[in-house]
Design a protein around this ligand. Sequence first.
Ligand SMILES: [Zn+2]
Ligand SMILES: [Zn+2]
Length: 279
Amino acid sequence: MTYYPANYHTHCLYCDGKSTLEEHVREAEKQGLLQLGFSSHAPVPFENKFAISEEDLPEYIREIDRLKSQTDVCLLKALECDFIPGMTVDFADRKSVNGLDYVIGGVHLVRPPHGDGLWFIDGPKQEIYDNGLRELFDNNVKLAVTTFWEQTFEMLETQKMDIIAHFDKIKMHNRNRFFTEDESWYKILADKAIRLIKRHDVIVEVNTRGLYKKRSDSFYPSTELLMKARKADIPVLISSDAHQAEELTLFMPEAAAELQRCGYDHTAWFDVEKGRFVY
Ligand SMILES: [Zn+2]
Ligand SMILES: [Zn+2]
């Protein structure tokens, strides 16, 4: 198993990261990465502390361009775009308007089918997950989790993205308390996501953040889903979803070993001349 020395999923001070763009670049040089992609959380249309603002976006792009002349690491411009039905900007528009190299799509905020509010399934706090489950879904776990997956399906069917972020993150705060990944209704939903990922030519990332933050006992996605992705011949890459420079390559060798166990022998990488990922 050879994996391309790169990280395409990183956050910095422009969004909820703790390091500057330059600190990430210096760390990438130290770690011997050939490519480094910046993927701040794209703006969302409400008050928040995690996403880059529309006003800061041009400077984020300019700063990445400036840093390119100061390093041998190939720097790439991207955003991690949230998909919230009826609320977020079309991914393809984000990509073209801001001259991005690629887009990562992900669901962090789940919109209940009827009613207001957003269920935040990410972040460090389990009680926020639990509160949302109670207040927005009346503790109907099956409905809540199904809504997460359906929002993921809608994203895959209506948005153009290069990579899908941590596509089974819904398991993170669950920790086998409300459901297990072995339950057939859950498997049916996850399997459908894999079919759509294949149909729409999207790359799956093996995201290591859950492990080094100790919020998950497995990668996103879990082993069984990675095996199914391999069977469907879906390309993969490894990312640490680093929110600070020190996290840039954490658990990447372990992720490579996991991919090897699942039958993969290489990862995707960004071909600058072609302007897209190849695998
Ligand atoms: Zn994310
Ligand atoms: Zn991220």
